[in-house]
Design a protein around this ligand. Structure first.
Ligand code: SME
Length: 174
């Protein structure tokens, strides 16, 4: 997205083309994802900077669903390192096989955790977190990172979240 695509609202005041553009809907969880996905496609279109794209995907999910924490960890030198996120400050590094994120990476599959206290080795970045879903980002058979989503409520994530969040991470150009 280039600077030249900004719109001049009034002399000297330029509006970023993405500003205030996200439409937040109510309705079922599937309805909310179905409204969000084309908007996320729009945010990603024409932009190949990874940090910019991850930041906007995290922000869009946070705005629509108002979850406690939404963000990315990226595989760097055989660790997960904190990437763009929305929510409380979080641990910066997670080893393979550790916590929900490190387990999702090691097993290369989505993990849905209805009650984080029941997940052996769960890493609590926020004491308010009660349930969690972690979706690995896989390209050419390699896990490149994970999308981690946390809720302050128990049992917030299910197969619908898994389906749509997997679709969303597949949209991100890497
Ligand atoms: N709960 C995660 C750690 C990351 S934070 O929740 C942001 C885990 O167990 O891997």
């Amino acid at each position: 997205m280039e600077f030249v695509q900004t719109r001049e609202l009034k002399p000297g005041l330029y509006l970023c083309p993405m500003a205030e553009d996200l439409t937040i809907v109510s309705g079922s969880k599937a309805d909310q994802y179905q409204s969000l996905i084309p908007q996320i496609k729009g945010l990603l279109e024409g932009e190949n900077d990874l940090v910019a794209n991850l930041a906007n995907v995290a922000a869009a999910l946070k705005e629509q669903f108002d979850w406690l924490w939404v963000g990315f960890y990226l595989v760097k030198e055989n660790e997960l390192v904190l990437g763009p996120f929305q929510g409380p400050v979080a641990c910066t590094r997670i080893r393979k096989g550790r916590g929900v994120c490190g387990s999702s990476w090691a097993e290369a599959r989505t993990l849905v955790v209805p009650d984080v206290e029941q997940f052996p080795g769960h890493i609590a970045c926020s004491s308010s977190s009660r349930s969690e879903i972690v979706v690995p980002i896989i390209r050419n058979g390699q896990v490149l990172g994970v999308l981690d989503v946390d809720s302050a409520e128990l049992d917030q994530y299910d197969a619908i979240d898994q389906e749509y969040l997997e679709k969303i991470v597949a949209l991100i150009p890497w």
